[in-house]
Every structure is written in C-alpha cells, then in structure tokens.
Design a protein around this ligand. Structure first.
Ligand code: G3H
Ligand code: 13P
Ligand code: ZN
Length: 311
C-alpha cells in the first residue's frame, strides 16, 4: 500500500471513537521506534515532519525513510507536514511526496487565515493531498516561535463552521488548553482541557475530525531519569492522559506528540552514557533510544489513543 492521506483514517477514527497518533520524526531511529510499536499493535500512523525537521534532516531523506517504513510494514501511514508556515512550504511538500499538510495560519488575523488556508486547500486537493487548518492559538514553542501564555487563545466555536466551509479543510486543529513543549504547567497545577469547547465544536461540525496539538503528557518518571543521569530539566507537567483519552472518544481524531518522544529518547541516551562512559559506537546508544521511543509509542497507542488493531 502506498502512503495514504488522512481521509479514511479520520472517518474510521471518528466513527470508532478513537484517535490516531501523529508523531514527529527527525531521523531514522525515531521513525523505526514509532513504526515498530505501530506494527506490533497493528495501528494506523501519522508521521509528521516540521519545518525544523526538514531543515535538520533534509526533505528527501525523511520522505524516503517514511516510504521505507511503509514498505517494511504495509501499515496505513500518512506523511504529514506539521505547522506549515506558508503556501510555498506546503506546495513543496505536496509536490515532494507528502500525503497531508497542515497550514498553520493561526497567528494571522481571521480573514488572512481563511485566505491562506483556502489557497493551500485548492492546491492540495488538486493533487490528492489532505489539509489540516488551525483556529485558536496554543501557548508554547513551535520551531523558533514562542507564544506567551497570555497570548494563547481558546478556539471560538462560533467561528469553526464558517472557517471549515470557506476553506474546505479536511481537519481542524483547535485550542482547548493544550500547549507545545515540555513545560506546559507548573507542578501543583491541575491541568484540565476545555472539553466543553470541544463538545460545542463537535455539535457545530458533526462528523468532522478535530486535531489536538501540544498533547505530550511529560511523564514524571522520564524527567526524573534525565535528571538522575546528569540532566538538569526544570520540573514541569503536561496534559493528563486521562483528559486526552476523553478527547479521543469525542471529535478528536488526531493527537500530536513530540516532546514525550524527545524525553524518552534523551533519558535513554543519558542513562546509557552514565552506565557506559567508555562507549562511543552510535549504534550502542541509539538502539536503547529507539527502544525507548517504541515503548512510549506503544503506551500511547494502547492507553491513550485507542487505535490498536485499527490498521
Ligand atoms: O509543534 C512543534 C513540534 O514539536 C515540532 O517541533 O519545530 O522543534 O521540530 P520542531
Ligand atoms: P508536544 O510538544 O506536546 O509534544 O506537541 C507536539 C505538537 O503539537 C506537534 O505539532
Ligand atoms: Zn503542534
């Protein structure tokens, strides 16, 4: 099976009351770890590439690695551009083998977001590619852009119908209290998602797939491991998995996770070097990092997303 769009994945996920994991990829070991978990659990997958990942690893290397993952496993895998900043970047990914793109116009005024998103949708649909748009602003860090907490805005349910109808997007990322990065909330805070907004959005857009960005949970045991083996990460907490599970049963069909993979990988590499200070073969420390990613993704698929067995 060639790489797929998100269309059927989202239709099945919406009907089945589960979500697909969209995991950020930057190199071969990350891809292999994610795909290893999905293969064992027979789960559909979205592998997503940010502007920063394309700059780091090169567009063609990443496309070919993701194609290799599909050839090796036969799983339904969508290759998705994460946070496409402009039309040109989306076009370059559509022309270069991606099956899905996000155009992130959320930092623009509403009418500019509509116009930019519509332009991408027209080009993408003419080439058989699905498009994710975004309404509302998440706090945190994306590429080099930092959105301050007070500048973050929940999505206004009154706008979603107009936005989706006028742009023709296939899915919509909304802001309901998630945020990017590892430092989402301070210890002692009790983060809750605005599931009331999600419910209202679901009523306005029946059957339409919703996306959650910034959905890492920042498991404390991994922060502790990083710090136990020489790291110095400030203590922080992420989105409770119990909240994400509820969202996955509602209209949310795609949940984005990057920071938790970074944390798992970093903890494994730190531990490896702490225990083997004389080793220097990259295969020795990247193998446990890849396994740590696989374990993290298997946990997300089974305990949060509910998409095991849905490939
Ligand atoms: O939302 C952002 C993703 O975590 C990608 O991060 O831009 O550092 O590759 P990046
Ligand atoms: P996290 O930083 O919470 O993993 O979010 C990743 C994301 O939204 C990628 O688009
Ligand atoms: Zn994001």
């Amino acid at each position: 099976m060639p790489l797929v769009t998100t269309k059927k994945m989202f239709e099945d996920a919406y009907k089945g009351g589960y979500a697909i994991g969209a995991f950020n990829v930057n190199n071969m070991e990350i891809i292999q770890g994610i795909v290893g978990a999905a293969e064992k659990l027979n789960a559909p997958l979205i592998l997503q590439v940010s502007k920063g990942a394309r700059k780091y690893a090169n567009h063609t290397y990443l496309v070919k690695l993701v194609e290799a993952a599909e050839i090796e496993t036969g799983l339904p895998i969508a290759l998705h551009l994460d946070h496409g900043p402009d039309f040109e970047t989306c076009k370059s990914c559509i022309d270069g083998g991606f099956t899905s793109v996000m155009i992130d116009g959320s930092s623009h005024p509403y009418e500019e977001n509509v116009a930019l998103t519509k332009q991408v949708v027209e080009y993408a649909h003419a080439h058989g590619v699905t498009v994710e748009g975004e309404l509302g602003k998440l706090a945190g860090v994306e590429d080099d852009v930092k959105v301050a907490d007070d500048d973050a805005l929940f999505t206004n349910p009154d706008e979603v119908e107009d936005f989706v109808t006028r742009t023709g997007v296939d899915s919509l990322a909304i802001a309901i209290g998630t945020s990017h990065g590892a430092y989402k909330f301070k210890p002692g805070q009790d983060p809750k998602l605005r599931l009331d907004i999600l419910e209202e959005v679901g009523k306005r857009l029946p059957g339409f797939p919703i996306v959650l960005h910034g959905a890492s949970s920042v498991p404390q045991e991994f922060v502790k491991l990083v710090n136990q083996y020489g790291g110095n990460m400030p203590n922080a907490i992420g989105i409770p998995e119990s909240e994400l599970k509820k969202a996955a049963k509602m209209a949310v069909c795609k949940i984005n996770i990057d920071s938790d993979l970074r944390l798992a990988m970093t903890a494994a590499i730190r531990q490896y070097f702490f225990e083997h200070p004389d080793h220097f073969d990259p295969r020795q420390y990247l193998a446990p990092a890849r396994t740590a990613i696989e374990t993290m993704v298997a946990h997300k698929i089974t305990d949060v997303l509910g998409c095991a067995g849905k490939a």
